[in-house]
Design a protein around this ligand. Structure first.
Ligand SMILES: CC(C)(COP(=O)(O)OP(=O)(O)OC[C@H]1O[C@@H](n2cnc3c(N)ncnc32)[C@H](O)[C@@H]1OP(=O)(O)O)[C@@H](O)C(=O)NCCC(=O)NCCS
Length: 269
């Protein structure tokens, strides 16, 4: 979010009002550049500016008109910035209304929409088959049994979800019962607005409270956004498996990132 841009625009326009307007009557032969616009300052001709007999020479009239029209243009741009500033401000307000809650079966459609949105165009998920609502209902149930599915909701709309479940089958291989694997998706128009961080912090707190010792993210090698995101959340790359996946006619690497959740020196008996 770039609030500084509008602030700068406003300061620039303000500077132009104060600086460009004043020198027009100053008797000094020079020209200067103010934020890209040149203001010509005339030398005194036959009479001093301000005297009753003084008639502005044509080039001064021209430069005055040019300066005024530039000023008007800047003011128009400034006015155009105002709605954007309001939109940015309301985005901040919306952020404060973000709710994190447990998923219910009725969230299955929203989860499917979020996942399917990137299926055809990215290799984030290693399948081409769109998720159905029914499959997501079953997925929510399974993940809630093994861990959790959390929903980020804003103004009644689902804007993201995060979940964790078994890393590997912990019933068959109980040695894995203290490690979980996470997944996360944020609606594209909300990327970069801390929805992901809010979800992940809640997910990590949930897993820690459930007695888990480590969380693993399995990320496609070229999904730099997710790798950086997980690193910012305290995950560390622990493995990179070259060319073990395939989608869209190319090999895919898998990156495993791991985050320790507690400091227990040994697993409970
Ligand atoms: C990856 C994803 C979940 C990030 O969610 P987000 O809401 O945009 O992330 P946030 O705004 O909460 O950012 C949290 C941190 O990650 C960093 N981050 C997020 N996206 C980043 C990017 N593209 N590049 C670098 N860093 C990034 C932010 O700088 C931020 O750091 P900070 O909080 O320490 O300042 C989101 O982009 C997404 O849903 N992507 C598509 C699905 C996907 O790839 N899921 C992961 C599958 S493994």
């Amino acid at each position: 979010m770039d609030l500084s841009r509008t602030t700068e625009a406003r300061a620039g326009a303000r500077g132009q009002v104060g600086t460009a307007a004043a020198p027009l009557g100053v008797a000094r032969s020079s020209s200067s550049t103010l934020r890209g616009s040149t203001v010509v300052r005339p030398a005194p001709a036959h009479a001093a500016p301000g005297s009753s007999s003084w008639t502005p020479p044509p080039h001064l009239v021209d430069s005055t008109l040019r300066a005024l029209s530039e000023l008007a243009l800047r003011l128009r741009r400034l006015r155009a910035d105002v709605p954007e500033t309001r939109a940015e401000a309301s985005a901040i307000v919306r952020m404060s209304a973000l709710t994190i809650r447990d998923a219910v079966a009725a969230d299955a459609a929203a989860i499917a929409t979020l996942q399917n949105a990137l299926l055809a165009t990215t290799a984030i998920e290693w399948t081409d088959t769109p998720h159905t609502v029914e499959s997501r209902v079953a997925w929510i149930r399974a993940h809630q049994h093994e861990g959790a599915v959390l929903i980020a909701e804003e103004g009644g709309e689902v804007v993201g979800f995060a979940a964790y479940g078994d890393f590997r089958d912990s019933v068959r291989w109980p040695g894995y019962r203290f490690v979980v694997e996470n997944t996360i998706h944020v609606r594209r128009d909300r990327w970069g607005t801390a929805v992901g961080r809010t979800l992940m912090e809640a997910l990590i707190a949930h897993a820690t409270a459930a007695g888990k010792h480590a969380m693993v993210a399995a990320v496609t090698g070229d999904n730099q956004a997710s790798i950086r995101f997980h690193e910012r959340l305290g995950f560390v790359e622990v493995a990179r498996m070259p060319e073990i996946g395939a989608k869209h006619g190319r090999w895919l690497d898998l990156v495993l990132l791991q985050r320790r959740l507690d400091d227990r020196p040994a697993p409970p008996a």
